[in-house]
Ligand binder design. Sequence first.
Ligand code: ADP
Length: 399
Amino acid sequence: MIILILNSGSSSVKYQLWDTGGDGMLAKGLVSRIGIDNPLLTHTARGKKYEFSPGGIIDHNTAVKLALDALVHPEHGVIESVEQIEAVGHRVVHGGEEFSGSALITDEVIAAIERCIPLAPLHNPPNLMGIKACLKLMPGVPQVAVFDTAFHQTMEPHAYMYALPYELYEKYKIRRYGFHGTSHYYVAHQAAEMVGKPIEELRIITAHLGNGASMTAVKFGKSVDTSMGFTPLEGLVMGTRTGDMDPAIVMFVMKELGLSPDEANNYFNKKCGLLGLSGRSNDLRDVLEGAENGDPRCQLALDVYSYRIKKYIGAYAAAMGGVDVLVFTAGVGENSPYIRQRSTEGLGFLGIKIDPAKNEQAVGIKMDISAPDATVRTLVIPTNEELVIATETERLVKQ
Ligand code: ADP
């Protein structure tokens, strides 16, 4: 099936075209600077890159149209006409408690995604704009929404409730939702395949360490706890986000720096994490380089980052009554032997022990990096959220 996958953000639309029956991904691209100026399309197909600047100021509708034009472009395209696209799969950030799985887009589904806007005011509106653009540009083509939160809907109240007055949950739906669900789902299933056991028999800890980062306890195939919470700010140290901290710091910093609620939200999401601690960069590669050159703040950032991951490994082993598999994925998880080593050192008591040579070798590839005497398998698995979206879209369309 030929499927268009869209990830629509506030100022950009990422797309991929997949042929699920044959070659997998056929083309991918990005339309950036939507609603700003100098919009730009970057399109890659058959290893060749093509760039196009339409000029002016464009909206999401035009951005999707540009992507479709590139896909049928006589020179850079991969299909002859838009009619060849049989379905569209959309990444949607927040499905709240409305969605515990993917959904075929209908008016009712759109209304439910709209009801989740208060939970993700920056993400769900552009996601909906992508859906509406496709409804307009490709009428009659089935569309599917795949939610970042859906995989975590199996968490039980003791894991998803905060110790706040219960009315806040009832009135505002304040609870842990978790994100990166498609990635945690994908790598957990891949891990079960790699160790050759049914996922229903495994206790898996998945660490998705990208610019945003989260960990999940996947017990017998179900998410039972995850480190991101009501928003993606909770949990691990991230590129620019604090992760866990004393909530009283928010009020203190707002008072001392004179920040409004919106400014504070921006501050804790954009100025903290690796960037705030190191004072240098949100990119782990820069922080690693700084530490190698003797910058103590970069070293401190790496120490805090790795220690937080280690604490979550311990917590999730406790939550599941043990752990059988630990998985590292996403930009940092797939590519940084240093972070994998630092965040697992001293965990021999849990059975987690990695082989230093294998760890060094595992850069951007699927690999078992466990030491021979480890009782827990530690795996590096490149994530593939688009594959999950393509598979889910095909499954729902064929139902
Ligand atoms: P996003 O959340 O934006 O999808 P990614 O999964 O691409 O992020 O991860 C981005 C992070 O991965 C950045 O912090 C980057 O420094 C890190 N990263 C990418 N390659 C490497 C590498 N070779 N070594 C260490 N970190 C890396």
